[in-house]
Design a binder for this molecule. Sequence first.
Ligand code: 5AD
Ligand code: SF4
Length: 451
Amino acid sequence: MKKLFIKTYGCQMNVYDSARMADLLAPLGYAPGNGPEDADMVILNTCHIREKAAEKVYSELGRLKQLKLARAAEGRGMLIAVAGCVAQAEGKEILARQPAVDVVVGPQSYHRLPQMLAEITRGTGHVLETEFPAEEKFDSLPSDGAAPGPAAFLTVQEGCDKFCTFCVVPYTRGAEFSRPVTQILDEARRLARSGVRELTLLGQNVNAYCGEGPDGSDWSLARLLYRLAEIEGIARLRFTTSHPRDMRDDLIAAYGELPQLMPYLHLPLQSGSDRVLSAMNRKHSAADYRDLVARVRARRPDLALSSDFIVGFPGEGDADFEATLAVVREVGYAQAYSFKYSPRPGTPASAALGQVPEEVKKLRLEQLQCLLAAQQDAFNASCRGRSFAVLFEKPGKKSQQGVGRSPYLQPVHVDGAASLIGEIRNVRIREVLPNSLRGELVDTSVAEVAH
Ligand code: 5AD
Ligand code: SF4
């Protein structure tokens, strides 16, 4: 067997794509290895969303080149491939900056990896493939693959037509595309048969999902979720990432009606200032967002929220930033990601007037992260003494320990639960640790409904 090492950067969709690439290469004799040192092929599955993420790739490629030379001196080869959004955005530049790279493959083209490797072996030099539509990719992915464990990702939608002025995604992942319902159900059934209990549906704009149903009509995300909930073995459903503009009434209603749908919603706000939201082309106001949160919470009072924020967007003044803090205080988040605005080549905001100095961005990020960390700590602390259903996903570091996820995605450690991997059990939370919770099983019966 040859050894394959895939290093994944960025979002969960890249995690899904990396697993599909491993599935595609398995029939060619590639088995997952532990690191780049002993790998016959290394794939960097890259992220272009912020400058830092993209730059990391080039420094990693420098290190890989050294490994490749060292292996060549021992008479062994190493193929280096760059996949993902940096590959899409900077294809030719990558080959120019780092000639040790053999393959550059975009996010819509990686189903062609086997053919590309055949071309390399025939000695045709570098290959670069960044052109294909998402539809063709999903039609060509293998229908078998490694079992992912009790919780799995399933891409249902890809691409984005929103064109937020800061974001590269519409350029790297292309136009919105929803996979047909039947294809998704087939994949979900296969995953359920391999032991998956929880599905996280992925899409850059997952709640804009609008896929062709078996009856020829377009299905919404809510309709798809109800159907997935009927699959035997699937006990929990999640989806990410949603745009506030696409939270339709049927999806909001599902929070009150579908027990499999976890009470946790990642709903990026980006900014709490209407002026900034408008400059970002988000097409909703802070009031729309507050109202939306209230409507989902009315259906599901125990809903926990997560979000993404950008500080220092061009033109953001102190009052705009204060407006963001105000919405954060009002909504209350269980968890959130926050970033300094990073100008991305080709996006409208990168050329806008009023770029915010780095020092100001830094101070605002610190202030926002301080508030968000306090909210996260408060949310975790509120879990002490509560019981909820935990899906056990893997053994813990200690002997006999099992680690799972709460309905709110918090890691939960339970002693004596190592044999419960793949099961959903009620756990009472005893201790709140910095990055996880510790609990104990409250009874031995299976928690049928996961909330
Ligand atoms: N600068 C900083 N953060 C960004 N994001 C997207 N583009 C940029 C950028 N240019 C953030 C947004 C998005 C998350 C995935 O990354 O908050 O929701
Ligand atoms: Fe980027 Fe906006 Fe699309 Fe999200 S909705 S992927 S932030 S353009």
